[in-house]
Design a protein around this ligand. Structure first.
Ligand code: NDP
Length: 311
């Protein structure tokens, strides 16, 4: 029986582990299918306080993990496939093995969304990507396409102009969700070409195991055409990793955890931290802050439980 299990090893989960380990809760951190979370997919982080020259995302998250391990946090490689939060102790199944815990912090983050094109998944890693900072380098002097109309798409398109010969931004509507400043930056970049009211029908060529072209459709004219592309970046937002918790704690219509104030969820003893609940800020520093809050609340909860049982 564990005192505290933390699900997720991104900025939120690792920071929760630092606080919980220092409080002697001997937390078990389950690293999940994307160890290190979104930070492990970024390059230079320039806005995490305390690093005037910036710090590489993977270094930042690894440093927090080491810090947690120094205080006794234990890391488990694995993914949660089922939970039972209907009674205490909570039961968590990690890669088929059930564990029991008195308290739980969910810091499973949010993953990139895909377009669900017929060939998209087959070409991931072969020209299809959801992470410009991870894969942009491979498309030096090549033709790049970015899909989306939000800030993520703008950020990725701007970043990719460092590498690509051209960057074509494709958005399904005429209006953009992105903030004006980020949209203007893209609009004024001579390397970027913008196609609006345009959707992607598929990406090719599976036979060559390589992205060579993309089939597009203009929604206003109905025109369908193929465009030569080397790097295809999907930047249409993220989806919270909450599938195992469906029906067990309250989630909103998009699957994000509904906060009940502080780090509390609808189940006493289960706390949230980071992007799994945050659809607004999604920053490393806010995730770290949320991890701290969740650990402090878990500590308080466990203390109160211990008093109740002792009384
Ligand atoms: P958003 O939800 O803001 O935007 C997603 C975009 O993808 C929309 O334009 C949407 O189109 C489009 N889209 C969604 N699904 C599909 C689909 N199936 N096919 C085609 N297009 C699709 O997500 P973001 O990740 O861009 O941003 C999330 C939050 O993070 C925002 O609050 C944003 O401001 C913030 N952010 C801030 C940054 C910064 O300030 N540096 C950087 C990145 C994000 P439609 O508009 O038609 O719905």
């Amino acid at each position: 029986m564990h005192e505290l299990i933390i699900l997720g090893s991104g900025c939120a989960g690792n920071t929760a582990a630092v606080y919980a380990a220092r409080a002697n809760l001997k937390p078990i951190v389950v690293s999940g299918h994307e160890p290190g979370g979104q930070l492990s997919l970024t390059s230079l982080v320039e806005n995490f306080p305390g690093f005037p020259e910036g710090i590489q995302g993977p270094d930042l998250v690894e440093n927090i993990k080491k810090q947690a391990q120094n205080f006794g946090a234990e890391y488990l490689h694995g993914t949660v496939d089922e939970v039972d939060l209907s009674k205490r102790p909570f039961r968590i199944r990690i890669d088929g093995e059930w564990r029991e815990t008195k308290a739980l912090i969910i810091a499973t983050g949010a993953s990139a969304k895909w377009l669900n094109l017929p060939n998209e998944q087959k070409l991931i890693g072969h020209g299809v990507s959801s992470c410009a900072t991870c894969d942009g380098f491979f498309y030096r002097g090549r033709k790049i396409m970015v899909i989306g109309g939000g800030d993520t798409a703008m950020e990725e398109a701007s970043f990719l102009t460092r590498f690509g010969e051209t960057v074509t931004l494709v958005h399904r509507r005429d209006e953009f969700r992105a903030s004006k400043i980020m949209l203007d930056r893209v609009r004024h970049n001579p390397k970027v070409r913008i196609l609006t009211s345009t959707v992607v029908e598929d990406v090719h060529d599976v036979n060559q195991n390589l992205v060579t072209s993309v089939r597009l459709k203009n929604l206003r004219t109905g025109e369908v055409w193929d465009e030569a592309v080397d790097g295809f970046f999907v930047a249409i937002g993220h989806q919270p990793n909450t599938a195992p918790f469906r029906g067990q704690i309250e989630l909103d219509e998009d699957g994000y955890i509904v906060s009940k104030g502080g780090a509390r969820t609808s189940v006493a003893g289960v706390f949230h931290a980071g992007d799994v609940q945050d659809r607004v800020y999604k920053q490393a520093v806010t995730a770290a802050g949320a991890g701290c809050m969740a650990a402090l609340e878990a500590e308080k909860f466990l203390e109160a439980e211990a008093h109740t049982h002792a009384a």
